[in-house]
Ligand binder design. Structure first.
Ligand SMILES: [Zn+2]
Length: 192
């Protein structure tokens, strides 16, 4: 009950549908209401494959650049004053701020490396989806077969779900293959 109870109001019958303890609810967001047996969209649920894909999206944290710039700038001011002979005590805060600056510059470099690896991470996830990294989990397999339907993608987008281009391209490719037969015909032995 209360804050920990994750629930949705059914838009069809207005009854509360409880999801138990709040957490990441993984599964198709189109669900059957246990009260009225009608299909409804539940924004508490995330399609497993879309949730996996979203993991590659890391945003650059600009605050880390600010954290690195501030002590570095202060250190330059102190050291400048020391070397100009204006203040012989400025060496102590100058060195201290320089040390903090170096520490935050290392943190900033790690952030840049993380964001720079985004495309590599995206490719790894696509390889996973395409079965190039072994068998998919049942959950992801089911999710990928739901996401193979362009109409399903449109329905998700109608409810404001972000569907990356990869899924649209895949769904279009798969439905084209379905209509025309597979792009590469398996070799057949013709018997006379
Ligand atoms: Zn209902």
């Amino acid at each position: 009950m209360g804050l920990l109870d994750n629930k949705t109001v059914c838009p069809r019958c207005g009854e509360y549908i409880s999801h138990g303890i709040k957490g990441r609810l993984i599964g198709p967001p189109f669900r059957i209401c246990p009260h009225c047996d009608k299909l409804y969209y539940d924004k508490a649920f995330k399609e497993p494959a879309l949730a996996t894909y979203a993991e590659k999206d890391v945003k650059f944290n600009w605050m880390k650049a600010v954290y690195a710039a501030f002590p570095t700038a202060v250190s330059i001011l102190y050291l400048n004053s020391y070397f100009k002979g204006e203040n012989s005590f400025a060496i102590v805060p100058g060195v201290a701020f320089a040390a903090i600056g170096v520490l935050f510059i290392i943190v900033l470099i790690c952030e840049i490396v993380k964001v720079a690896g985004k495309h590599e991470r995206e490719q790894k996830i696509i390889d996973l989806f395409e079965g190039r990294r072994g068998e998919l989990s049942e959950e992801l397999k089911d999710s990928m077969s739901r996401l193979a339907d362009p109409k399903y993608l449109d329905a998700l987008e109608y409810y404001g779900v972000n569907v990356p281009d990869y899924f649209h391209e895949r769904a279009e490719r798969l439905s084209a293959e379905k209509a025309d037969g597979p792009a590469e015909q398996p070799e057949e032995e013709t018997e006379e």
